[in-house]
Write a protein that binds this ligand. Sequence first.
Ligand SMILES: O=P(O)(O)OC[C@H]1O[C@](O)(COP(=O)(O)O)[C@@H](O)[C@@H]1O
Ligand SMILES: [Mn+2]
Length: 643
Amino acid sequence: MNTKYLDLLAEKYDSEEKVVTEIINLEAILNLPKGTEHFVSDLHGEYHAFQHVLRNGSGKVKEKITDIFKDKLTKEEITEFATLVYYPEEKLTLIKNNVNNKQALYDWYEETICNMVQLIPYASSKYTRSKLRKALPKQFVYIIEELLYKSDKYSNKTTYYEKIVQEIILLGQADKLITGLAYTIQQLVVDHLHVVGDIYDRGPDPDKIVDTLIDYHSVDIQWGNHDVLWMGAYAGSKVCLANIIRICARYNNLDIIEDVYGINLRPLLNVAEKYYEDNPAFRPKMRPDNPLSEDEALQITKIHQAIAIIQFKLESPIIKRRPFFNMSERLLLEKIDYESNEVTVYGKTYSLENTCFATINPEDPAALLPEEQEIIDKLLLSVQHSEKLARHMKFLLKKGNLYLRYNGNLLIHGCIPVDEEGNMEQMEIEGESYKGRELLDKFEQYLRQAFTDIDKTDDLATDMVWYLWTGEYSSLFGKRAMTTFERYFIQDKEAHKEQKNPYFYLRENEQACRNMLEEFGLDPDHGHIINGHTPVKEIEGENPIKANGKMIVIDGGFSKAYQSTTGIAGYTLLYNSFGMQLVSHQHFNSKKAVLLNGADVLSVKRVVDKELERKKVRETNVGHRLVKEIDMLKQLLEYQYMT
Ligand SMILES: O=P(O)(O)OC[C@H]1O[C@](O)(COP(=O)(O)O)[C@@H](O)[C@@H]1O
Ligand SMILES: [Mn+2]
């Protein structure tokens, strides 16, 4: 027995009663139904859509309201109430603007507070009182608890409670209380959030998503390839950095780099103006919410070319110093015939269009001009000194993993690299072979190592982060090669194709999924694999639930840029004590539409798995930890108080 640990524990539980109370408390928690897990993925900077899904708990908030009030409120009133819970500040303003007199407003306050106080016990029925207390708005805990635990049995206290509510209103505290309670309800409905990767790139507000996650009560992240690209940039990878700027330019999102993270793009713009002209292949994508003047569009087009060329140049030395990346086919600048303006890739020769090779010396195509070198060095310095970016990247590192085993399921953004037969693909790193779970653990180890020394820019760990973005055995990329160069400069669409890892068709097969679950030490009878990364083309009849329910793909395309391919606006997954439900979001109305017309997201639920018996905390990850704690406390009881 570890008596040292027990002595320490005895400091916290310094009486027999305290130990016993805690054991009883933990035992009680083990027997509560498991809390609701909420899974989202591929948010791609779409902050407003994400907020909506988070605030309505993928439909759970409205469901709870309906359960309680279906006989008391009309459908419209339920929708109104739900909207208040999602967006309390805005909804309160609207209500106050529309109300005719003070008395009507006071009546509304009274009824609303009363309804909220009725909803909270239902929404928190799976939690202990102490957990509920933590979710209550701090300044009102005492008052709310008075209201929550009232017993009307003898009607003695009725006027007392009415008085409390009236006083709150008279003292001008009603708005604050209602707002606080709305957030409490949101928090109670979802116990834990999983973000299955790709917070960054394409959409406009990834930083706001990260800020939301930092404040969220309980969350974990499985990194996506786009997240790792940003993390790599912060960790010192210049090629990752060039990529994030290139993608921001392409999607007309440079504000994130400049205004949000405070990185100065002036030096890059100067070089861009000097060497580049207009070029249709590098025109930024238009965003209705961020219209560009012709001058701005032209400026971005030039920046886009400048940084793309820097990126291609930076790839070359990495490919050469890491032969085991097996990427020599990607030394494209060196495969160009600068006389005939042609390139030969994978044995096929193509003519080049829309080229912008003014800074390339055909004798030494990958050499950076001194001014390009200076730009990328300066950019790196300013990326690593952006307080906000550092905070966001450290948060991703702390809360994130490459994959997660949670309550029997395997959460992973991209794939598990396998061959045609479903065998784990091997990758040799520094003379050692790795595959399956071991390979992913190795990748993660390198990523963490790259963070420990961000001044190293060319070491193996930093190069490996870029490999995770684009390498053939990367579990995040899942394709044989990234054809960025071809998509800019070659017309023939055949050359643009990116061949997917066999995983993406093998995951339709139940036995293949069972093998993968086993590879990760999970029970194939009960576990599921939860993936993001590849948009599910529901429009073409693709089913997000695969392999007889063993595989669930929840990237339905939050990303506006991909919604025409998917035909919907995203999937989310809920897993509560009754089982799993896949929610498909048809479209996200603007916040304004939700507030004014109650136009909520249309969510269609598909049951993935139904538990025969309600799942208890005892059967969860948290439960396993609590069982260990109880065991320790029992040992303490024996050691300290029974002898
Ligand atoms: O749509 P874009 O901006 O051209 O990006 C395409 C690139 O993005 C990728 O699809 C990776 O991003 P996803 O993780 O969102 O799929 C690459 O495979 C591909 O080369
Ligand atoms: Mn992805």
